[in-house]
Design a protein around this ligand. Structure first.
Ligand code: BES
Ligand code: ZN
Ligand code: ZN
Length: 471
């Protein structure tokens, strides 16, 4: 992606429509005069995801693309409108994008949207026609703040693509070990310190939760620590991601339909890896430690049985009443490990409960935990154009995870299941300020919209980057 150019000939020009189908465009667009008439002639509208192509000879270019921005041209609306273009347009190589981009925040949003929408997952098949390059029209192309915003957008786009690639990869090709190898590679490329605990280290060091979840699979679990520790950092965030590379449910086997998207049950781990890589590439002045709790949840003769008791890293014992409530078990151990470094905050992110999907749908995450961390996350998400809604952890639900044989069980009341899971994790977060993010709904898109195609969305990556930038 490059910037300034005002020559329109031989180009596909992109402009937006908002409100009552009013044209919105970059201040650098030389002559918007005839565009409004053209938009109404071809019936283009401001409706989100409405992308309409028109011949551009009357306005001095080859093709004009009108994209619906919705009610008003705020950064997230522009991000979606730009992404909708690159997601939907086929057979166009180079775009000249004249959406409003004259402020750093708007330029960043437009650039991000273009890149997110142009993302294709092509490991197993090619997807013809993706837009391969775009130029964005800006009035002050030499402006430092605009250049920085563009560079940041590129880093976010690459981090998002990394997370999406991981989520979209078939689970046969992404064992816990293979995922750990990718984290090691990312560490090398970005000068991060990566530590991998394999199954024997995990057993030796008392990670009963991760071992218990992973023992049904022929492909053993891993706990990966990815540390970005700039010398001058005065704030340390530990980010813990659920990394179930495939969730069959274990012996509490899921029905076939529910299993279809369970390759995405490692979206939390993908998000924390992408976030620490982005933090390093942005040279943020905060220490970020990502923890990837990786296991494959499979049924087999060696699998954990309902009623088995696990001793967790901190010594607490848990009766596994349902092997499909495995995410909390791997996260619990990882939270304990993360706390051992004494971070200032602890944030976990997970595709944790079906209850989250039922309550929030597929575009909103849920944030629980310490009020200050939770509200910082919610604010960072709002600014990033992702949405996390704050949720309480009512105390009475904590008491529902009773066990006759262990300290507590991995399940409690069915009603409020997302909050019960939050309480479970809270028991392992200790006194460290902590937030728990459940992204079961928004992690994976079953339908296309804005800058998201079907598949992994990388939800949470931008929220983390904004959160870290705020410290
Ligand atoms: N990975 C699932 C949660 C999930 C469901 C994520 C749908 C994305 C979409 C999780 O491990 C799970 O199965 N949770 C159970 C917990 C229950 C047995 C207490 C659930 O929510 O049903
Ligand atoms: Zn499960
Ligand atoms: Zn799961």
């Amino acid at each position: 992606m490059t910037s300034a150019s005002t020559r329109l000939t031989h180009s596909t020009l992109v402009v937006g429509l908002t409100g009552d189908n009013e044209l919105v465009h970059s201040a650098a667009l030389p002559d918007p005069g005839a565009l409004a008439a053209l938009a109404s002639a071809v019936g283009a509208t401001s409706k989100e995801d409405a992308v309409v192509r028109a011949p551009g000879t009357a306005v001095g270019c080859d093709v004009v693309v009108f994209t619906g921005v919705g009610e008003d041209a705020n950064p997230e609306a522009l991000r979606r409108a730009a992404g909708s273009v690159t997601r939907q347009l086929k057979g166009v190589e180079d775009l000249l994008v004249a959406l409003p981009s004259d402020e750093p925040e708007l330029l960043g949003a437009v650039a991000e949207g273009l890149a997110y929408g142009a993302y294709r997952f092509e490991r197993y098949t090619s997807r013809p026609g993706a837009v391969s390059s775009a130029r964005i029209l800006v009035s002050r192309p030499k402006d430092r703040a605009l250049k920085d915003a563009l560079a940041r957008a590129v880093i976010l786009a690459e981090a998002t693509a990394l997370a999406r690639d991981l989520i979209n990869t078939a689970p046969a090709d992404l064992s816990p070990e293979a995922f750990a190898d990718i984290a090691v590679e990312q560490g090398k490329a970005n000068r991060l310190k990566v530590t991998v605990l394999d199954e024997s280290a995990l057993a030796r060091e008392g990670y009963g939760g991760i071992v218990g979840v992973g023992q049904g699979s022929s492909r053993p679990p891993r706990l990966v620590k990815v540390d970005y520790a700039p010398r001058s950092a005065r704030f340390h965030a530990a980010l813990v991601g659920k990394g179930i590379t495939f969730d069959s449910g274990g012996l509490s086997l899921k029905p076939p339909k529910s299993m279809e998207t369970m390759k995405s049950d490692m979206s939390g781990a993908a998000a924390v890896l992408a976030a620490v890589v982005a933090a390093a590439r942005l040279r943020l002045d905060v220490r970020v430690t990502a923890w990837l709790a990786l296991a494959e949840n499979m049924p087999s003769a060696t699998a954990t049985r309902p009623s088995d008791v696990l001793t967790m890293r901190d010594g607490q014992t848990v009766e596994v009443l349902n092997t499909d409530a495995e995410g909390r078990l791997v996260l619990a151990d990882a939270l304990v490990a993360a706390r051992e470094d004494g971070p200032d905050v602890l944030v976990d992110i997970a595709t944790l409960t079906g209850a989250q999907v039922l309550a929030f749908g597929t575009r909103t995450g849920a944030a629980m935990g310490s009020e200050d961390v939770r509200s910082d996350i919610v604010a960072a998400a709002d600014a990033a154009g992702e949405h996390f809604w704050p949720m309480p952890l009512p105390e009475y639900l904590n008491a529902t995870m009773t066990s006759q044989v262990a300290d507590f069980a991995n399940m409690g009341a069915r009603e409020g299941g997302m909050l019960v899971a939050g309480h479970f994790l809270r028991r392992f977060a200790g006194d460290t300020p902590w937030a728990h993010l459940d992204i079961a709904g928004p992690a994976f898109a079953d339908s296309e919209w804005g800058y998201n195609g079907k598949g992994g969305t990388a939800f949470g990556v931008r929220t983390f980057v904004n959160y870290l930038e705020n410290h």
